[in-house]
Design a protein around this ligand. Structure first.
Ligand code: FAD
Length: 660
């Protein structure tokens, strides 16, 4: 046996599912020294999660691959509800839009997890210059935290022992026996060409080799049975439900008219079915298995479930319509468990994310989304702290922000699963049955939650909200300056024009995931002398050598390297000039590359893409404007007047390391 090698890394990510890949993407975009390991020897090729919320698409867009997902996916436009009539025969009883209209520039889509992982892998490769890639077939064997060193910014207090597996050990087992069709982790016949490279098994030359890694931070993204969670001694608390569900991805032959719509079907006696149309003519069926019940211990024996059992249940629910298939891409069966982790971090040095800290039913399409969003919340914080740009104290906000989301998700899932799995009420007197009105209402309300856009983070060092009632009145005054940009929620998007070249942009497109905070200066009507004087004063303070902007920027870095200042003004574009009317700090001069023409925008009418009416939509006064701070993950962090400079400075002094 050879001696283990030793190495150091700033961030070690365990698990390369959607949440681990999101964490790795941040490290790649921010230039943080990081590694990501996974015990499997390939990525996912079929099945598992498929629904992508609007918020996930906004996030993908900030990383640079929203367009790939948008083009390839199936778009979900309408939901049809099917319920039994008085005669017990199912009928279409309602149609609602799948995504609440006007909520986001994206709508919900479906694309299987393997493609999402592909996009991440390509993106990480591109942005890290191929320095971060998934090290497959690698298993952690021990994890220790040196508690004496956790407060030392320079220390590597987490030690993880890694072992490289043999090809056999790294190949996942079929989860359910009794079927020739892959149940999740194997190759799909519909695999895309750019996935072929992943099929080549990695060399087993290093099999058995061990390595001791010293890390500043570790992120455990290793799924529902998380090894990292167990190594920390943390638990998932909650319960398993009695509802057993089967899932099949098939290409159907059917006379059911809404097979290309998302459908929620309640039969009179045979249970419920969810239809999710997919890419490549596929359809996913989520089927309640009424004939499979848990044993005395509360667990169902999944090994007894076969595709035939699942499919015949689907046929009964859909009757009198007929359904059949020749090709099944993937199938699985599960018992819904609704659990949340007791803790999301240890010493703010080891973090847990994704399925490792919350499990729930997959029907509401939340699992992959919420898991990725955990790491979209965490990744930049860890990255900035590891780089010495942000204070370590910001890391506590991960648990306070995301544990609440996980709990909300479980509550939502609890309600949704009960309504979906319950028997339809025969009439208003049938108290045990589920009223279809109640179901529709829950679906409509759930749509807001399911979009991922209802997230509203509480007060912390990075969200300037009142901690107590005494601060409430002052906060409300500030919030009134931008009523469409609630502090704690994601920065909504409306179209504005680039001042220099008149090109329309969705403003959110300018909020790239690169780890930078943004100060958005709503400059108001800068052609009014009084307002111009306020803007000039704000910029003078901003550009003073002792300002937070200069002190947050490491020596030698460009002035927009840590905090980028973006401007939206409300004067007419053609009456204003970038260089004449806007102080230089709003479009900084690079000695080698000239003025920055991509930082000043105007709320005006475009030639080809209409009018975004941004000031009105953001609820900002067109004359006086205001200032808004946006976190690197696009959440609104602070709102104030142009004259509140000291307050603004205090915000940054609270979370960033400002040079003396
Ligand atoms: P995962 O995707 O589970 O990724 C964890 C990663 O960690 C894996 O790559 C794994 O190989 C790796 N790993 C695990 N242990 C270790 C270890 N000790 N060392 C190193 N690496 C390790 N969601 C839906 O919305 N709809 C569905 O139909 C659906 N079906 C599913 C079916 C199955 C069989 C599974 C497992 C999940 C399903 N999900 C579904 C859930 C969805 O896939 C997850 O919510 C989502 O993938 C969570 O992402 P994650 O990155 O947190 O975890």
């Amino acid at each position: 046996m050879t001696e283990p090698t030793e190495s150091k890394t700033d961030v070690l990510i365990i698990g390369a599912g959607p949440s681990g890949l999101m964490a790795a993407a941040w490290m790649a975009h921010m230039g943080v020294k990081a590694r990501i390991v996974d015990k499997r020897n390939t990525k996912i090729f079929s099945g598992q999660a498929d629904g992508l919320q609007c918020r996930s698409l906004e996030i993908f867009d900030s990383l640079g691959f929203g367009d790939r997902a948008w083009k390839e996916a199936h778009h979900m436009i309408e939901i049809c509800m099917w319920n039994p009539g008085q005669d017990g025969v199912i009928r279409r009883s309602d149609r609602i839009p799948d995504t609440i209209v006007g909520l986001s520039r994206f709508q919900q889509i479906v694309l299987h997890q393997g493609r999402i992982e592909r996009f991440f892998l390509d993106n990480i490769k591109k942005y890290s210059g191929d320095t971060i890639h998934v090290e497959r077939g690698v298993l952690p064997e021990s994890l220790e935290i040196d508690a004496d060193k956790v407060d030392d910014d320079e220390a590597y207090p987490v030690t993880v022992k890694l072992r490289t597996l043999s090809a056999e050990e790294a190949t996942p087992q079929q989860q359910i026996t009794g079927s020739k069709v892959a149940d999740g982790l194997f190759r799909s016949n519909l695999i895309n060409e750019d996935d072929e490279a992943d099929l080549i098994k990695k060399s087993a030359a290093r099999a058995g080799a061990t390595e001791i890694v010293h890390a500043k931070y570790v992120i455990g993204c290793d799924g529902a049975r998380s090894w990292t969670r167990r190594a920390l001694g943390f638990e998932l608390v909650g319960e398993a439900t009695d509802f057993i569900w089967g899932v099949m991805d098939i290409i159907p032959f059917t006379d059911f008219p809404d097979i290309r719509m998302r459908c929620a079907i309640h039969s009179a006696k045979n249970g419920s079915l969810m239809v999710i149309p997919r890419e490549n003519k596929m359809v996913r069926l989520y089927i309640q298995l009424k004939e499979v019940t848990p044993d005395a211990s509360g667990r169902a024996d999944r090994s007894k479930i076969t595709p035939d059992i699942i499919f015949s249940a689907a046929q009964k629910i859909l009757a009198p319509y007929k359904i059949d298939y020749e090709y099944c891409d993937w199938w699985t069966a599960y018992q819904i468990g609704q659990r949340v982790g007791t803790s999301f971090d240890a010493h703010n040095r080891v973090f847990l994310a994704g399925d490792a800290v919350h499990t729930h039913s997959p029907k509401a399409g939340q699992g992959m989304n919420v898991s990725m969003q955990d790491c979209y919340n965490l990744g930049w914080k860890v990255g900035l702290v590891a780089q010495g740009i942000a204070k370590r104290s910001i890391l506590s906000s991960y648990q306070s922000e995301r544990r609440q989301i996980a709990q909300d998700l479980i509550d939502f899932d609890h309600k949704f699963s009960r309504l979906f799995s319950g028997r339809p009420a025969k009439d208003v007197m049938d108290a045990e049955g589920v009223s279809m009105e109640e179901f529709k209402d829950a679906f409509l309300k759930g749509n807001m939650f399911a979009s991922g856009l209802s997230v509203n983070y509480g007060p912390s060092t990075i969200v300037a909200k009142p901690g107590d009632a005494a601060e409430q009145e002052d906060f409300e005054k500030k919030q009134a300056l931008a009523t469409g940009l609630p502090v704690g929620m994601r920065f909504n998007s409306f179209k504005v024009l680039n001042q220099a070249d008149a090109r329309p942009w969705h403003f959110q497109e300018r909020l790239k995931a690169d780890g930078r905070f943004r100060v958005v200066l709503f400059a108001g009507d800068i052609l009014k002398p009084e307002q111009k004087a306020r803007v000039d004063k704000f910029c003078e303070l901003l550009d003073a050598p002792a300002s937070f902007l200069h002190r947050a920027t490491p020596e030698g870095q460009a002035i927009d390297g840590v905090i980028e200042v973006l401007t939206i003004h409300s004067s007419k574009r053609v009456d204003t000039e970038l260089l004449r009317d806007f102080p230089a700090i709003l479009h900084p001069l690079d000695p080698h590359r000239g003025w920055d023409y991509d930082k000043v925008f105007v709320d005006d009418v475009s030639y080809h893409e209409g009018y975004g009416d941004a000031y009105k939509n953001y609820g900002v006064d067109r004359e006086r404007g205001c200032v808004v701070v946006v976190r690197p993950d696009q959440y609104v962090a602070w709102v104030g007047e142009l004259d509140d400079f000291e307050h603004l400075e205090r915000y940054f002094a609270g979370c960033l390391v400002l040079r003396a």
